[in-house]
Design a protein around this ligand. Structure first.
Ligand code: NI
Length: 376
């Protein structure tokens, strides 16, 4: 069977078996079988799988995530998810197939060092699965690390590379606002938590426009508001839940105080009280210069210089591969799957892509490993 057919079949099996978070029994079973069949049986570590090829002092780490999203597959294709309410809508099934393809290709190469294949759980649910594997030693002896992500926002078959800050720090927050309930017709005898919450929501946007340096990206989104019981009852409590995205650690470190000040003081103005729970998520993902150089060289080999897109803007999405790149040099690389036939973005229940891209990812993994180990 040729590489393309093998990888399409692999991807489809993984796609149908979609699982989320750390609950990846069937996914890991499939990977264990595939890797064992090519004589690189993986071992389990912190909910993930690690397989290793080659020997020697130098070591390059290649990573794929394994988890799907908790949403219903909206596609009507033969390989659609068989797991009710779970769907690989972020392409992690493709990442696994491509990393497996990388292993297949690297088996045929004489290696002057080790390639470590990292299959990690729970990328989609902070605090994520990478950190646990790092704590358990997945980066021991690693010189450089690389990961790929499908990018439907880039032209099909291109490879997107960004220098420096590439993905945002992604924090979440919860603001609990407490007022005093009463009759909707007698506001003067109550403290209206809904009104305070409304002012807090707009006040938070003023942080973006008035407190943050206009040249520093900041996104604050309140995505969920819950409170109140009836149309004619003044609400005694409201909970706001949101996310904050930044690209600098300086700005990030200011946010909990800024948010707390705005929320507390606005609430105080109306007699309400509030409490902030700020949860730091993934840090800023930063590609290193050495990692970029290797990524560009590998991409040239696989798709040619004209298909390399040098991205000048980071993404405000987050990625726990950031923890890996905080510790070892390397890069997070985008693989363009933009195609009129597949118009849906990542995280859409109908997201899909032309599977002919799978061997490209596998070849990119092979070239990355070859270059690192050649230079080591
Ligand atoms: Ni993803």
């Amino acid at each position: 069977m040729n590489l393309k057919t093998t990888l399409i079949e692999t991807r489809r099996k993984l796609h149908a078996a979609a699982e989320t978070g750390f609950e990846l029994d069937n996914t890991k079973k499939l990977l264990r079988q595939l890797l064992s069949d090519i004589s690189i049986p993986p071992h389990e570590q912190a909910g993930g799988l690690i397989a290793e090829l080659g020997r020697g002092k130098s070591c390059v780490l290649l990573r794929s995530d394994m988890d799907a999203l908790p949403l219903q597959d909206g596609k009507s294709v033969s390989y659609r998810s068989l797991q009710e309410g779970f769907c690989h809508a972020c392409g992690h099934d493709a990442h696994m197939a491509m990393l497996y393809g990388g292993a297949l290709l690297l088996k045929e190469v004489h290696l002057a060092g080790k390639v470590r294949f990292m299959f990690q759980p729970a990328e989609e649910c902070p605090p994520g699965g990478a950190l646990g594997m790092i704590e358990a030693g997945v980066l021991e002896g690693v010189d450089m690390a690389f990961a790929l992500h499908l990018a439907p926002w880039l032209p099909y078959g291109t490879i997107g590379i960004k220098e420096g800050a590439t993905m945002a720090a992604t924090d979440n927050f919860k603001i609990i606002i407490r007022g005093r309930s009463g009759h909707g017709a007698m506001p003067h005898e109550c403290v209206d938590a809904v009104l305070s919450a409304s002012h807090v929501v707009t006040g938070l946007q003023a942080l973006v426009s008035r407190m943050a340096d206009p040249l520093e990206p900041l996104v604050i989104t309140v995505g969920k508001i819950s409170g109140g019981t009836a149309a004619n009852v003044i609400a005694d409590s409201v909970v706001l839940e949101g996310t904050a995205r930044t690209l600098s650690s300086e700005m990030r470190s200011k946010l909990p105080n800024w948010i707390e000040n705005v929320a507390k003081n606005i609430c105080a103005a109306f007699g309400a009280e509030c409490e902030l729970d700020y949860m730091f998520g993934y840090p800023v993902l930063r590609n290193t210069n050495g990692g970029i150089e290797i990524a560009v060289e590998a991409a040239k080999k696989v798709v040619g210089e004209e298909k390399i897109v040098r991205l000048d803007r980071p993404l405000m999405g987050g990625e726990d591969f950031a923890y890996v790149l905080e510790r070892v040099p390397g890069a997070f690389i985008f693989l363009g799957t933009g195609d009129e036939q597949y118009p849906y973005p990542l995280h859409h229940p109908c997201f899909d892509f032309d599977e002919k891209i799978l061997p490209v990812g596998a070849e990119l993994f092979r070239e990355l490993a070859k270059i690192v180990l050649r230079d080591a």
